[in-house]
Ligand binder design. Structure first.
Ligand code: ZN
Ligand code: ZN
Length: 374
């Protein structure tokens, strides 16, 4: 059914998504069955898929959209090429949309891929029609990126770069391995479809499916399964509250290869000024969200008034211990840096630090216990 209110379709996008999808899901399996595909097809599929997605996560997203670190020009050039290969518009355009998404998240009129407009719209629908015709070329929220010569070079030559990578790389591999059609299908179409939809899942599924440990002020979720398929971008609840952090999965056990890659680039001297959120702020956000959720649960409890008072007391004590502990930690770091403190004074501080850490940990346990009782 056609609605009169809907803006016109962007046929180029519709055909591109449709044709690549049919090639990947029908023609590629048929070709593989008829003519066979070798290990080289699968190896290059993984390499090129990773190159595309990591260029988006490490380059478009964490470097350009959020400025969570600074990167060497050589690295930026690689991301610019990989981003064109991923066929997700120029870095300037992508970042501009993404900054609007963060600023107006879930606002159906302003967020270009608002999750509140449903799975289909936030996943792919927003690209199929001319929804943002008036603001399409408005890059005023990316003035910083307009000073980046590599971003502007990619923006200017985007079409050429997209064609050169999307056709040139599979063709070259096809010539090398003697199977042009097979490589065009696997490294061309299949890689593109996998790369597109795994990235799109962040706008759709990562706003629907998962936990909200840090905030429920927006629809973003943390989801380890999605993180696995998206090079770490699945920790989207954390990302929406602390968007300037170069990490999305902040714990060592959280799968965030993009974070590991940025850290590796730092060791190699290709990235610096990596930004992280202070642990104090992270702990505060987590505890506040847990309190909010527990208070809501207690609304159904017959002894809700008494239990709410106890819970609030536990929370206040946790906040006090947390603030004291991190204040002392900061003091120690600063004094260490300025080297002003005598050795014996430092050892006294360290004793105090250990005591406060133990007190904080004990209060954390008590807080967790209080939470399990509601
Ligand atoms: Zn983001
Ligand atoms: Zn989001």
């Amino acid at each position: 059914m056609r609605s009169r209110n809907k803006p016109p379709l962007i046929w180029l996008n519709v055909l591109l998504f449709l044709i690549s999808f049919v090639l990947a899901t029908i023609v590629t399996p048929w070709y593989g069955y008829e003519y066979g595909l070798g290990a080289e097809h699968w190896i290059w599929l993984v390499i090129t898929f990773s190159f595309c997605n990591l260029s988006i996560t490490t380059g478009y997203h964490r470097l350009w959209s959020h400025k969570t670190y600074q990167a060497h020009p050589a690295l930026r050039a690689v991301f610019a090429i990989g981003g064109a290969f991923a066929l997700q518009n120029s870095a300037l355009h992508w970042s501009s949309d993404h900054r609007v998404h963060h600023k107006h998240v879930d606002n159906n009129d302003k967020d270009p891929y608002s999750a509140k407009r449903g799975f289909w719209f936030s996943h792919i629908g927003w690209m199929l029609r001319n929804y943002n015709n008036d603001t399409y070329s408005d890059y005023s929220n990316c003035r910083d990126l307009q000073k980046d010569a590599i971003v502007m070079w990619q923006h200017k030559h985007y079409l050429l770069l997209a064609l050169a990578t999307n056709l040139g790389i599979p063709l070259l591999l096809g010539v090398i391995y003697g199977d042009i059609v097979g490589m065009l299908l696997v490294v061309g179409a299949l890689r593109l479809v996998l790369s597109h939809h795994t990235t799109f899942f962040i706008n759709s599924l990562a706003h629907i499916w998962g936990r909200q440990p840090y905030t429920d002020k927006n629809t973003a979720r943390d989801n380890g399964i999605l993180a696995f398929f998206t090079f770490g971008e699945g920790y989207h609840n954390y990302h929406h509250i602390f968007e300037n952090d170069y990490r999305n999965g902040i714990y060592w056990w959280q799968y965030d290869p993009t974070k590991w890659l940025i850290k590796t680039f730092q060791w190699l001297g290709l990235a610096d000024k990596l930004r992280i959120t202070p642990s104090l702020k992270i702990e505060q956000a987590k505890a506040k969200q847990a309190l909010k959720r527990a208070m809501a649960r207690l609304d159904q409890h017959p002894e809700k008034l008494k239990l709410k008072v106890t819970l609030q007391q536990e929370f206040d004590m946790l906040m006090n211990k947390l603030n004291d502990f991190y204040a002392l930690k900061k003091q120690i770091v600063e004094q260490k840096r300025s080297n002003l403190v005598e050795k014996y004074e430092r050892s006294l501080l360290l004793i105090r630090y250990r005591e406060m850490k133990a007190e904080f940990k004990a209060q954390q346990k008590s807080w967790q216990l209080a939470l399990t009782h509601c």
